[in-house]
Design a protein around this ligand. Structure first.
Ligand SMILES: Nc1ncnc2c1ncn2[C@@H]1O[C@H](COP(=O)(O)OP(=O)(O)OP(=O)(O)O)[C@@H](O)[C@H]1O
Ligand SMILES: [Mg+2]
Length: 306
């Protein structure tokens, strides 16, 4: 069973086409990234998965439940962190969490223990009794995230959860989401932060102007922009670069105290390098593969103006 299946979503706002046939599947336990430039349709997609907005065409299932047929049941399976936080400013942090717990029908003891734990994990335990209106943006965002987790849902949807936050808030949030994902929670996250997506997501779907334009693992997507990759290697003594040239290596270039090796197949090239190292009795001081970044892919696919 898939955690989320989105099929052929279409949505128009007046004449503005927001979604033009978006479809993808999130596997159970997967950390999935939805990327795209401003106005691509990420938030619209999330709002359809969470049942806030109805598509003109297309369908959504969450944990096998069709959103049209059993919306309440489907929503029970989701924790949502929306683009604009939905916390209550006149309640304290702990009261916000308690209220969400009540919506989900959790008993008092469970509500308390989960709320206390989440507030500790998200670095808010000292301010738990303060009203939200006194919180900074980052603190409010952390409460919003805790609210989505109180129910311990099997699926988490996060719409740019770390946008505009400092490094510490960002880390607290990412660590918490990662921990839940490790325990089996399926995660769908939208982000502009391509490096974050690269580090966290097992697969990413890039949408642009309401259409899916790329869908793969970050590593395979990176390969699509440039076939040639490079390996930089430093040995403990100078070599004749000719000994590295072979069938899988197209060029060898001196680059400071290192050699830059050009290849279409880093895996095979590495074998050649290791064979030379063994044969010549060399020691490798450092080695790194350098390819195009996920950002290069994003810019190329979405033609984001630089
Ligand atoms: N309520 C609405 N009324 C009219 N147009 C809308 C509405 N919501 C979204 N749109 C339009 O739909 C398109 C997609 O918007 P959406 O908010 O899904 O983009 P996004 O990918 O989340 O962008 P961002 O990165 O800026 O958050 C945009 O052209 C936007 O103007
Ligand atoms: Mg958005």
């Amino acid at each position: 069973m898939h955690a989320i299946v989105v099929k052929d979503l279409h949505k128009k706002f007046g004449d503005q086409v927001a979604l033009d046939g978006v479809g993808f599947e999130v596997e159970e336990g997967e950390f999935f990234g939805l990327l795209g430039p401003n106005g691509a349709g990420k938030t619209t997609t999330i709002r359809m998965i969470t049942g806030v907005l109805k598509p003109d065409r297309g369908s959504v299932t969450v944990q096998g439940i069709d959103l049209r047929k059993a919306p309440l049941q489907a929503k029970q399976n989701m924790g949502v962190i929306p683009e604009v936080g939905n916390v209550y400013p006149d309640l304290s942090a702990i009261e916000n969490l308690d209220l969400v717990g009540r919506f989900y029908g959790l008993d008092k003891t469970t509500r308390r223990s989960r709320a206390e734990r989440l507030l500790v994990d998200l670095g808010l335990s000292e301010r738990k009794d303060d009203l939200l209106r006194k919180f900074s943006k980052g603190m409010r965002q952390r409460v919003s995230i805790a609210c989505a987790m109180v129910n311990e849902p099997p699926v988490l949807l996060l719409d740019e959860p770390t946008e505009g936050l400092d490094v510490m808030s960002r880390r607290l949030i990412v660590e918490k989401v990662r921990e839940l994902n490790k325990k089996g929670t399926s995660v769908l996250m939208t982000t502009h932060n391509i490096e974050e997506a690269n580090r966290l997501c097992q697969r990413v779907c890039i949408i642009n102007k309401g259409k899916v334009v790329a869908f793969d693992t970050p590593e395979r997507l990176r390969k699509t922009v440039e076939k040639i990759q490079t390996i930089e290697v430093a040995f403990d003594r100078r070599i004749d670069p000719g000994i590295l040239e072979g069938s899988n290596i197209s060029k060898v270039e001196a680059c400071g105290d290192k050699w830059r090796i050009y290849t279409e197949d880093p895996d095979k090239a590495l074998e050649t390098i290791l064979a030379v190292k063994e044969r010549e009795g060399l020691r490798v001081l450092s080695i790194a593969t350098c390819g195009p970044s996920l950002e290069d892919v994003f810019v190329k696919i979405c033609e984001v103006p630089r």
